[in-house]
Ligand binder design. Sequence first.
Ligand SMILES: [Zn+2]
Ligand SMILES: [Zn+2]
Length: 141
Amino acid sequence: MHERLLRSKGLKLTPQRLMALKAIEEGGHIDIDQLHDSFNRLGMKIPLATLYRILGELSSVGILHTVTLSGQKTRYEIAKGDHPHFLCEQCGQLEDLHITMNKIASIAQQACIHTTHSVSIMLHGICQNCSAFPAIDKEGS
Ligand SMILES: [Zn+2]
Ligand SMILES: [Zn+2]
């Protein structure tokens, strides 16, 4: 699947590119450090600079989508169309929300005269996991 994706964009199949795609697919949304870790875990030594280059290439042909977060490292995900994200303020987990954004784009289009090309929405809050186990320094009272 990733092989076809790379070929369709005219990119050569390299073990590093395939490995990066696999790790990003498994991780959902991962930053460069997490990606570097997964290479290390598999014993694939790769300089960070090379990894940056690979991510840049994959993003520029539209295979990867970047999610920019203020004060945090950029996360990378396999591009799959516009979708909103939920960011947990406690654990930093980024989740896809399966809500169609076409409606938002058309409402926005009606509200302003600008031409909308893409919509990006980030919801901030506390994920289910973190609300079940809040980070409290002292247990009990
Ligand atoms: Zn959380
Ligand atoms: Zn996403």
